[in-house]
Write a protein that binds this ligand. Structure first.
Ligand SMILES: [Zn+2]
Length: 128
């Protein structure tokens, strides 16, 4: 907030000159700067969110009707493909019945035999 401190300092000096028009202008500029700083913070938050989603997408593997996240020698999942494909949110599927998994968010059911199998870490070789 360095620039805001500078503007406040200038506004304080202008106020001492009793130039109401100039003081009003510096207050307007101060308001614009505050708005720009807020927009900058919002954009930074959006960039962070998009970077997180991009990193997630790079690790996603679609396998037997669900997404899995690959981390070196581990796999995490299954995650709902509908929620990721439509809203880019990762929602863990929960086993409702043997071989039937359900998304607690969108309520989609997924039949997956693979989830009952212990294939160890996901690799390209054991996807087929
Ligand atoms: Zn879902």
């Amino acid at each position: 907030m360095e620039i805001l401190d500078e503007i406040k300092s200038v506004a304080k000096i202008i106020k001492q000159t009793d130039n109401i028009e100039l003081y009003s202008q510096i207050l307007d500029i101060q308001g614009c700067i505050m708005e720009l700083l807020q927009q900058n913070n919002d954009l930074r938050a959006q960039v962070d969110e998009l970077q997180t989603k991009l990193k997630t997408k790079e690790k996603l593997v679609f396998l037997n009707n669900a997404y899995w996240i690959e981390n070196s020698d581990q796999k995490d999942g299954p995650f709902c493909s509908n929620c990721w494909d439509t809203k880019q949110i990762m929602v863990r599927l929960l086993e409702r019945h043997k071989g039937i998994y359900s998304c607690p968010n969108c309520k989609n059911d997924v039949r997956s035999e693979f989830m009952d199998m212990d294939l160890g870490p996901l690799t390209i070789n054991n996807l087929w």
